[in-house]
Design a protein around this ligand. Structure first.
Ligand code: 13P
Ligand code: SF4
Length: 352
């Protein structure tokens, strides 16, 4: 066991139920091995809302830590091993620009219900909550898109255009009723007349880890090499890749798919490499799990075992001495928090 691993386990033992460590499936095994709870974005949001621990350590990217901070009680504190672990997709939708575009869309005179993927800042969730909208994850985008459609004339989906288009395809929403928005010039390029004709208005963001690295050609090559294989990809992949695959779903759906596959199955997976490599090892000799391509999220990787050990040292010292931690807990500005929390709670209630 590494020195960091030993320190982490000692502190986990000493803090007992005062500490809970959560880890997203894209974390490296060296971090995952110390997590009390693992999951996809939806599962982690559900789990965090029911925790009673004083210190919650979130190993994931910043929007996940922020969502956790919105869902815990005021006396609970959320920490991250590396707060600079951002999500490049969430950065493609800065709060002020989203606010401008939302106002511009509303000026069309239609009732526009915003729906943000949880991969967005608390500021964006606040705008969405204030406008009667909700959040979704890759595990419930269909349910939440229908939820929003039932509440207005059109849905403003952000920030992932691929998740929006893939979900619209699953719901068989015609192409003529969708539009990827031109968000330049604060949204003023968007023609109100065109907006009035559409039911799904889409922010042009994406995840480079999924959208740029997985290609239809790789799926075609996989099928030539292993004609009996199946291919499962994350819905942040492009619609072309999702359509060429057999199944698409959240990280937990991918894990369950591998679990349920018969012995001897060959499964190609299009998602972040840490999860795929964990599945390769878990099923070695039993099922043939193959990465469709090697694609790593550099931000998820910022949470290392050493940083986790240092954070826990800091928390343990502060706990013992009754002094503040050196690490800054994740907090959300109170002016934003109530609306941002509402957007998350609407999702958790709709998908209970
Ligand atoms: P999940 O919703 O599957 O956890 O995915 C989150 C994510 O960031 C994928 O890139
Ligand atoms: Fe964000 Fe993509 Fe990393 Fe997921 S994989 S956290 S969407 S950058």
């Amino acid at each position: 066991m590494s020195n960091a691993a030993q320190r982490i386990e000692e502190i986990r033992g000493a803090l007992g139920s005062d500490l809970v460590i959560l880890g997203h499936h894209y974390q490296h095994d060296s971090v995952i091995q110390h997590c009390d709870l693992t999951g996809d974005s939806l599962e982690l949001a559900r789990k965090v809302a029911n925790l009673s621990a004083r210190y919650i350590v979130f190993c994931g990217v910043f929007f996940m830590g922020e969502a956790a901070a919105l869902l815990v009680e005021p006396e609970q504190k959320v920490f991250m091993p590396d707060r600079t672990a951002s999500c490049t997709m969430s950065e493609m939708a800065p709060g002020p620009l989203v606010g401008n575009v939302m106002d511009w869309l509303k000026s069309s005179g239609k009732t526009i219900v915003p729906l943000t993927y949880v991969n967005s800042s608390a500021a964006v969730k606040g705008i969405v909550g204030a406008n009667g909208g909700a959040t979704c994850t890759s595990a419930n985008a269909e349910i939440m898109l229908q939820w929003c459609m039932g509440r207005g004339d059109a849905v403003f989906f952000l920030p992932d255009k691929n998740l929006a288009l893939n979900t619209a395809n699953t719901l068989a929403l015609p192409d003529s009723l969708r539009m990827v928005l031109d968000i330049r010039r604060g949204g003023s390029n968007i023609q109100p007349d065109v907006v009035r004709e559409k039911q799904l208005l889409i922010w042009p963001g994406c995840c480079s880890i999924h959208a740029a690295r997985f290609k239809v050609r790789q799926i075609e090559e996989a099928r030539v090499k292993h004609p009996d294989c199946t291919v499962i990809v994350h819905p942040e992949c492009t619609p072309e890749v999702v359509q060429a695959s057999d199944v698409s779903g959240s990280t937990s759906t991918i894990i369950r798919y591998c679990e349920d596959a018969p012995a001897g199955a060959t499964i190609y997976i299009g998602t972040e490499i840490n999860l795929v490599e964990r599945l390769v090892q878990r099923y070695a000799g039993e099922k043939n799990i193959v990465p469709l391509a090697h694609s790593a999220c550099q931000n998820m990787a910022k949470n290392t075992e050493d940083k986790l050990a240092d954070l826990l040292d800091d928390i343990a010292k502060s706990h013992e001495k009754g002094t503040p931690t050196k690490a800054e807990p994740v907090t959300v500005d109170p002016g934003t928090a109530a609306n941002a929390r509402s957007s998350l709670e609407r999702m958790l209630e709709a998908c209970a």
